[in-house]
Design a protein around this ligand. Sequence first.
Ligand code: ADP
Ligand code: MN
Ligand code: MN
Ligand code: MN
Ligand code: MN
Length: 366
Amino acid sequence: MHLEWSPNTKIDKKIWDRYRNLPIAGCKIQATYVWIDGTGENLRSKSKTMDYTPSSYKDCPTWDFDGSSTGLAETHSSDVLLCPVALYADPITQGNNKIVLCDTYNAEGKPTRTNFRHACMEALNQICDKDPMFGLEQEYQLMDLNNRPFGWPVMNGEPAPAGPYYCGVGADKAYGREIVESHYRACLYSGLDVSGVNAEVTPSQWEFQTGPTIGIKAADDLWMARYLLHRIAEDYGVAVSLHPKLFPNWNGAGCHANFSTKEMREDGGYKLIEEAVKKLEKNHAKHIKAYDPSGGEYNKLRLTGHHETSSVEKFSWGVADRSVSVRINRKVAQKQKGYLEDRRPSSNSDPYQVINALVRTICLNE
Ligand code: ADP
Ligand code: MN
Ligand code: MN
Ligand code: MN
Ligand code: MN
């Protein structure tokens, strides 16, 4: 299919404003349920009317969906359960309307194949006393409907080489900023802990960060931020790719995971960070398996040892070094306390899988 535009761009979005704020009688609100589908990468959503305003995910009923249409079940036994796990304000419909993040369970009540949140929570629940803190950096590429990066020459050819784009300013350097800013504000409105955004090395590639927060929230917020990004870019007629390596000669996309425990953040914590790095080194293969949705195949494309990455084959670490598996920020080395940055997770990794692997290796010695 060759479309230089999305049909969505033909819709006059201003007309929607006539309807968006229509008063609705009674206490009815719209709740959009969001979940990870059978690819482990893509999100799905559907909405239901509720006759009260929930103040927590616990106030939201479970629901179900057709698992056979989303790669999670067979047609003859297709009902898959949606269990609410986090509640957000809806920046699209606004008012008291909500977005409900869910995880998914099959007919036997077991987590589905792509529900990694369940195991992640089991790991985190064992180390509540350590106050585990996570900050996640999501890199992504804005795309046109030709499956070309947004703003790149449409059929072939490439923009001028990398250099001016990272944190760049100017119409010739930053492509699609309104989408990024809309998304950033929407995330803050919704109650996500987004700590910042920046333009990345490849033109029309951008980044946002969730956290740093204790427990599962940075991962829940990351999935919700991905949902909002796809949804808001949809309004602009632009698509989003989380593919970690679209072009061999341009920087790919990662989802660096920053991690610390209470002890690492306290005086003398550097010793524990060094111990954690040693454990990560011993378990390199296990982590590569968990750090993208194809069990490491995506990262073979991305972790080449070039373009600010390390080799997928070999674990490495260093202070202020962006060509390693695990980087220690210079400030952390100077203060002898803080956190570590695992640079291996790919842009399309599941943060629940990543956090699960980090906690089990570093804190539970599995
Ligand atoms: P860089 O691009 O240089 O890696 P970023 O600012 O994009 O830097 O990312 C740094 C991340 O580190 C932020 O997402 C932040 O949430 C996280 N972070 C900061 N302090 C801690 C900490 N003590 N524990 C875990 N994560 C942390
Ligand atoms: Mn139907
Ligand atoms: Mn970053
Ligand atoms: Mn980055
Ligand atoms: Mn980083």
